[in-house]
Design a protein around this ligand. Structure first.
Ligand code: MSP
Length: 480
């Protein structure tokens, strides 16, 4: 089976923070895991670059919106490079090919007579880039941005969302569109039951956007523009046929944008006669010291700083091992050092150093394992391997990491109990069997960690080949 894995495309108005990194890392880890299983995968990510907020930010800096987008889009690319995230294509909504695809998609809806024109008066929050209902306000202000929305009166083109709700409900219920975890599925079905209004797909007020092909006085609503990135992909015809239409499509996203992905997006696709995604996985939110992470609170954590401090592999581990993927969780930066020391320096790093030291001491021929691992070890590893695969396939990264660390802890205990350093002198045969067992376990660990810690995995492989010991994760002092 071939897979298309996507992240949301990130707003260039913000700088990359660990919330963005979390979604992108998850997609990267899943991609690497599936490739290890011999699957074909296309991994798509990118940046969302239109809307008045972006035009305003550029104006403040005295530069054109395009220059602003070029600069900020690069920040995301750099952050992903630092985290060793390997996507297949990085889409930008200002790419000419994407703009062309958006226009032809809207032309298609127009030709099918799906869109209608209507006067629209609403309260528009420029920060959310969306209309808010009275109910959604708090003291007349947007709850998320604490600003008063502006009253906007426009004649817009509307998309008849209501006509598609029943169909979407069926797709979700039958799992033709699989929404995970269960709580997110319930939320999507709840929104449908409550009833949702038709939405306007164009804006007269927003100038920095893609012009509507059949009415140049309007631009395409940023969310429609952004969602369409998933079918534009790298802009090739092959992408649409090979990856979208014939692939198993998985969207990974955070819970704040559930409505757009689970309801608006499938509706647009059904209307245009295009296949809907197969699966959407909705993850939770990071708070920092109990508070929502936001620019205004100045508590955003820059993934680049973490990489500088801990290295790419450790940062990848630290972010994905915080809490189960579908849930919310709180981050305390000082816990990163503790976790780094306990799991990576003392856990994995120390284990590899211990085993390699023992192998060298015993003059064990690393190229030719002496014995097959014994039955008990084979069964234990098989159990771990099965658990790991099940979790990874369901994007349960936190649980999958726990399985790997079970094996690491087992090996550390196994060494303590069997004391091979003594047996090397007294019972060579027994010590060789123990070392063969440990070598078997390391090879398994190397395989299982590779989607999370690709560089470390490679380093261990090389150490096993060359027999040269190298510290993988130096311990960090508390002052860090
Ligand atoms: N541009 C839209 C997406 C359009 S996709 C068709 C957008 N961008 S975003 O930059 O604001 O957010 C992108 C992703 O980062 C979302 O999946 C969002 O949930 C995630 N996160 C943003 N803040 C987060 C946390 N504090 N914690 C975890 N994830 C967070 O929305």
């Amino acid at each position: 089976m071939r897979f298309l894995i996507t992240t949301p495309i990130y707003y260039v108005n913000d700088k990359p923070h660990i919330g963005h990194a979390y979604t992108t890392l998850a997609a990267d880890v899943l991609t690497r895991f599936l490739r290890n299983q011999g699957k074909e995968v296309f991994f798509l990510t990118g940046t969302d670059e239109h809307g008045s907020k972006i035009a305003q930010s550029a104006k403040k800096l005295g530069i054109s919106p395009k220059v602003f987008c070029d600069k900020n889009s690069r920040l995301f690319k750099n952050a992903w490079e630092n985290l060793n995230i390997k996507y297949d294509f990085f889409i930008r909504t200002t790419d000419a090919k994407h703009e062309e695809n958006v226009k032809s998609f809207l032309n298609k809806l127009k030709e099918k007579n799906i869109l209608y024109k209507k006067n629209y008066e609403g309260l528009y929050c420029i920060e959310c880039e969306k209309f808010l209902t009275e109910k959604e306000l708090f003291n007349g202000k947007c709850r998320d941005h604490n600003i008063r929305p502006t009253k906007v009166l426009e004649k817009n083109y509307f998309f008849p969302l209501k006509d598609f709700l029943k169909k979407i409900e069926d797709l979700i219920k039958t799992e033709e569109l699989k929404i995970e975890p269960e709580s997110a599925k319930k939320e999507a079905l709840g929104l449908i039951r409550q009833g949702l209004d038709d939405f306007s797909i164009s804006r007269r007020k927003v100038r920095w956007g893609i012009k509507l092909p059949f009415d140049k006085s309007q631009t395409v609503y940023v969310w429609v523009d952004a969602l369409l990135n998933y079918i534009t992909g790298d802009g090739s015809k092959k992408f649409k046929q090979y990856w979208w239409e014939n692939g198993y499509v998985i969207h990974i996203l955070g819970k704040d944008i559930l409505k757009f992905h689970t309801i608006y997006w499938p509706a647009l696709l059904i209307a245009a006669g295009i296949k809907v995604p197969n699966q959407e996985f909705i993850h939770g939110f990071f708070t920092v010291n109990g508070q929502k992470m936001s620019k205004t609170l100045r508590n955003t954590i820059d993934p680049n700083n973490l990489v500088e401090k801990f290295g790419a592999d450790a940062t990848r581990y630290l972010l994905l091992s915080q809490f189960p993927f579908g849930q919310d969780g709180d981050i305390k930066e000082e816990n990163f050092v503790k976790k780094y020391n306990s799991d990576l320096a003392n856990g994995l790093g120390n284990l590899i150093a211990r085993i390699l030291t023992l192998l060298l001491l015993a003059k064990y021929d690393l190229q030719n394992p002496k014995y097959r691992a014994d039955k008990k070890i084979l069964e234990m590893v098989k159990g771990i391997d099965e658990g790991y695969k099940k979790y990874m396939g369901n994007l349960k990264f936190y649980e999958a990491l726990k399985e790997i660390w079970k094996l690491i802890d087992y090996c550390n205990k196994y060494i303590n109990e069997n004391k091979p350093w003594e047996l090397i002198k007294t019972n060579k045969k027994k010590s060789d069997q123990i070392l063969s067992n440990l070598l078997y376990c390391i090879f398994k660990i190397v395989e299982l960690i590779s989607p999370f810690l690709p560089v470390t995995s490679e380093k261990i492989r090389n150490q096993l080949k060359s027999g040269k010991l190298e510290i993988l994760f130096p311990r960090m002092g508390a002052s860090y």
